[in-house]
Design a protein. Structure first.
Length: 316
């Protein structure tokens, strides 16, 4: 099992980045190969959603060439390869969850300029050269990452049902202190890195019960969508915090335009919001950002369609 692969254009990416391209509505240009020895790979959980993290696998009865083991790093003189750093995975029962919200990155290239992958397979020296290139590239991560909040929200939902099952299996009753503790513990055990903020699935999310955090968090709420000039505004149904007497209005502000080269998924999200606004529809949303108190109301400015999703958002 390997977390890194290469497409027909020689783009080296993690399996979760290739999944991202599929999720964005783009073409990943498989079939994939090992970026180092160019042996063919099969993809897993990239095109289809499954409980495992996206990864690559050698087809049955095949192996890497020479000293290659499919991972980046130095080759030690004995001809054996140094144990590679095992990709750390978040495993919940059999469910694997994204561990980090990250920016999209450019692919790493390891082939020479004239090499299209059709020539002689890489020898040990070439495999070693490629492994060093990838090992020295700090932007490539073997972690299960995503640049879309939507992937994190669907993982969060799976984890919450798992947390419920764990608590019930332990004989706890929903609503009790012990149940809540068990539930929170399951969520807190799963790391979630938001652009470098080291959080967990237990503390990265926030609803209207508490005053918004001073740092970026993932908020959720619901309300009517309306278009106002260059923005969509979603005034939340609740005031924040809901329970206190000094509650404050909370609204989402979403730019109504796309950056150049925006992925297809952003185009679709924008069109869907236009339709919601035109029809005066309400939506349940999750959004990432910094909620700022402005004119006695909290405003969450959404700077990218990667940072918002809603219930019933187009199915890919
Ligand atoms: Zn290989």
């Amino acid at each position: 099992m390997s977390s890194l692969g290469m497409n027909i254009h020689g783009d080296v990416r993690s399996a979760s980045e290739f999944k991202q391209i599929v999720d964005d509505g783009g073409r990943p240009y498989g079939p994939y190969r090992c970026p180092f020895c160019e042996v063919r790979y099969e993809e897993r959980c990239i095109v289809t959603d499954c409980v495992r993290a996206p990864h690559f696998k050698l087809p049955k009865n095949t192996s890497h060439r020479g000293s290659c083991n499919g991972e980046a790093g130095e080759v030690v003189p004995s001809g054996k390869t140094e144990p590679s750093i095992e990709p750390k995975r978040t495993v919940v029962g059999v469910i694997e969850l994204p561990e980090a919200l990250v920016n999209r990155r450019k692919a790493t290239k390891v082939r020479g300029p004239a090499d299209d992958g059709s020539g002689t397979p890489p020898d040990d020296a070439e495999v070693a050269r490629r492994r060093r290139i990838v090992a020295s590239d700090r932007t490539i991560s073997s972690r299960y990452t995503t640049s879309q909040l939507q992937a994190i929200i669907s993982a969060y939902k799976k984890l919450k049902s798992h947390a419920y099952e764990v608590a019930i299996a332990a004989g706890l009753t929903k609503g009790t202190k012990q149940y809540n503790e068990s539930f929170g513990k399951t969520l807190d055990a799963r790391p979630l890195d938001l652009y470098g903020q080291k959080l967990t699935y237990g503390n990265a999310f926030q609803g209207s019960k508490l005053i918004p955090n001073r740092k970026e968090r993932v908020y959720s709420g619901s309300g009517l969508v309306r278009a106002n000039g260059d923005y969509f505004i979603v005034e939340d149904e609740d005031s924040w915090p809901k329970s206190k007497t000094e509650h404050v209005h909370f609204s989402l502000k979403i730019a109504r335009l796309l950056v150049p080269d925006a992925p297809t998924s952003h185009q679709r999200a924008l069109e869907e919001l236009e339709r919601h606004a035109a029809a005066g529809r309400s939506m349940r949303w999750h959004a990432y950002g910094l909620a700022v108190l402005r004119d006695e109301r909290f405003e969450l400015l959404i700077d990218s369609f990667d940072h918002i999703c809603w219930t019933g958002i187009y199915k890919r």
